[in-house]
Design a protein around this ligand. Structure first.
Ligand SMILES: Cc1cc2nc3c(=O)[nH]c(=O)nc-3n(C[C@H](O)[C@H](O)[C@H](O)COP(=O)(O)O)c2cc1C
Length: 189
């Protein structure tokens, strides 16, 4: 099946922390998506989304972010693990949209300083994804001991991540294509 237009799979960098290591993982995943034919991507840094904090939900929808979510066929969320949870501002940004996510695929990249590769933050994000109408895939990427995975200049030191990202993206892209077909061709009763 040849899609009529490229898939759009943006990557959301889910932390605003100064000195965040997750930024390196987010750049790497964005680069790997960008290498694939027929797929467009871009990195969305939540630190650059000036959402107000005196309100929440769709009341503070950011037009540019909402347009990107509407256009997306899948999203990748790169999330560090903070006390086994996600950055509160990631949730604040995600909550600003709803219908834009429905029947779209999502893949999660967990990042941690510890040995579990953000597996606990991934588990905590899964019920949020479901409530937003996103469809999770059964493959994740786990950056454990992230401080050892990249050099100071941000280049990857452990090449095994490329293989893992490849497996993750193959599954995400399959799900993105399948769900696009469903959204466009399968009527909902
Ligand atoms: C508030 C806070 C809580 C954290 N909690 C955890 C944790 O529960 N498990 C873990 O492995 N690392 C934890 N870390 C370390 C981060 O995973 C580490 O900083 C890693 O580099 C990813 O986050 P970053 O993108 O902000 O750098 C925590 C860091 C912060 C700032």
């Amino acid at each position: 099946m040849t899609p009529s237009r490229p898939l759009f799979i943006p990557v959301i960098l889910g932390t605003v922390r100064s000195g965040r290591m997750s930024e390196r993982a987010a750049h790497l995943v964005t680069e790997e998506i960008g290498k694939r034919a027929g797929i467009e991507t871009e990195l969305i840094d939540i630190a650059k989304l000036p959402l107000p904090t005196h309100d929440a939900g769709e009341a503070i929808k950011h037009a540019e972010f909402a347009t990107k979510m509407e256009r997306a066929d899948a999203i990748v969320i790169v999330s560090p693990e903070y006390n086994h949870g996600y950055c509160g501002l990631l949730k604040h940004v995600l909550d600003s949209c709803l219908k834009e996510y429905i029947h779209k695929a999502v893949g999660i990249v967990g990042v941690s300083a510890g040995p579990f590769g953000g597996s606990r933050v991934i588990q905590n994000l899964l019920p949020v994804m479901r409530e937003l109408g996103l469809v999770t895939i059964f493959w994740d990427v786990n950056f454990s001991s992230v401080q050892a995975a990249f050099s100071q200049d941000g280049s990857l030191l452990d090449s095994s991540y490329i293989r893992r990202i490849d497996k993750f993206l193959k599954e995400l892209i399959w799900m993105a294509r399948t769900l696009r077909y469903g959204r466009e061709q399968v009527p909902q009763e």
